[in-house]
Ligand binder design. Structure first.
Ligand code: P1T
Length: 379
């Protein structure tokens, strides 16, 4: 089945009790048992909920995986993956990743005895060099947040296969419309559903998709035992959002291209990070593993002064200054003081998050209006 058809239909069958075409919001915390332990597959709302089940099936289908698991946030889904590990285990991670993931790894899990090694994964040889007998997980984010670097998932998968090292890919920036990591050899796909999957900036949620039955069972055990599960209303909203994922992504991509190309020609703009440019450092990999290049980008203002970035951010009228991304409306942010403030300054600058770097999440409005807004703000 093609992606657009899956986006509309996957996971959703008419409700058997009423014939409702849309999966109802099963707003219940518990289910009747005819005798102790005898029930219809649903016992307690933390463990299972039919609205969540429909969403989990839909997400698994969109990522070409067998099992989907939803969590109360993207962070809760990453947390569940790291809880597969034991003290003494080592994780190799992209050095350029969402600040919240870096914070979870270093501030929450390092004190429990898990070691994190951050490497530049643009060169897979850096991953090969970091693998030890204690390596128990490789964590990839691609495209990276906020510098839009691309990691070659297939090349990293070749290094982890046969070594019993699960490869997890944070696919938030791409969405399953642009990239399916399982097809490229990944074992776990992670999403901040909050972003393109929800698509309307009205839900916070996370998800994991896996193929392996045993891995799915271990993650479901963590999901139920730790209890960071989403409510049925939020699952309903995401099911609704998924139905237009392909349409929204088409527009994110075409608007993204128009704006990236316009920015690159502007005399006040320094570097524009967008994987669709032929001179982007990893353009060839992006072309191979992504179907298009998306509407996420970041750029610096010439001279790289923070005050210029702040002035620009205060002058935009259509682009809204806010955390998050992937909604229908265009958002912008200043990673150094917002999403990546938890990174030490030195590490931040080294990874390309310089003082004037501005991140854009280009929405689905009219590209001409968006460009007009950027032009007046830069002016
Ligand atoms: O916000 P939450 O749903 O918990 O997802 C965390 C997360 C994980 N991975 C990536 C790549 C992300 O971008 C995020 C959340 N990011 C933002 C809030 C942001 O503005 O970048």
């Amino acid at each position: 089945m093609k992606f657009s058809t899956k986006a509309v239909h996957a996971g959703v069958d008419p409700d058997p009790s009423t014939g409702a075409i849309m999966t109802p919001i099963f707003q219940t915390s518990t289910y009747v048992q005819s005798a102790p332990g005898e029930h219809q597959g649903y016992e307690y709302g933390r463990t299972h909920n039919p609205t969540r089940t429909a969403l989990q099936h839909a997400l698994a289908a969109l990522e070409n995986g067998k099992h989907g698991l939803c969590f109360a946030s993207g962070m809760a889904s990453i947390d569940a993956v790291v809880k597969l590990l034991n003290p003494g285990d080592e994780v190799i991670s992209t050095n350029d990743l969402y600040g919240g993931t870096y914070r979870l790894f270093t501030k929450i899990f390092e004190p429990y005895g898990i070691k994190f090694i951050f490497v530049n994964m643009e060169d897979p040889a850096n991953v090969a060099a970091a693998i030890t007998p204690r390596t128990s997980l490789v964590w990839v984010e691609t495209p990276t947040n906020p510098t839009l670097r691309i990691v070659d998932i297939e090349a990293i998968a070749k290094l982890t296969k046969g070594k019993a090292i699960p490869l997890a890919v944070d696919n938030t920036f791409a969405s399953p419309y642009l990239q399916n990591p399982i097809d490229l050899g990944a074992d776990i796909v992670m999403h901040s559903v909050t972003k393109f999957l929800g698509g309307h900036s009205d839900v916070v949620m996370g998800a994991l998709v896996v193929n392996d039955d045993d891995l799915a069972e271990r993650l479901a055990f963590i999901q139920n035992s730790c209890g960071a599960t989403p409510g049925p209303q939020d699952c309903f909203l995401v099911l609704r959002g998924l139905k237009t994922l392909h349409l929204r992504m088409e527009r994110h991509c075409s608007n993204g291209r128009a704006i990236a190309e316009w920015l690159a020609k502007h005399p006040k703009v320094g570097k524009v990070n967008w994987p669709g440019f032929e001179d982007h450092g990893n353009h060839d990999v992006a072309k191979r593993q992504m179907r298009d290049f998306g509407g996420m980008m970041s750029f610096t203002i010439k001279g790289d002064k923070q005050e210029d970035a702040i002035k620009f951010l205060g002058s935009c009228k259509l682009f809204t200054l806010a955390e998050s991304l992937g909604g229908v409306e265009s958002l912008m942010g200043h990673p150094a003081s917002m999403t990546h403030a938890s990174l030490p300054r030195e590490a931040r600058i080294l990874s390309g998050v310089t003082d004037s770097l501005i991140r854009l999440s280009v929405g689905v409005e009219d590209a001409e209006d968006l460009i007009e807004d950027l032009a007046q703000a830069l002016g």
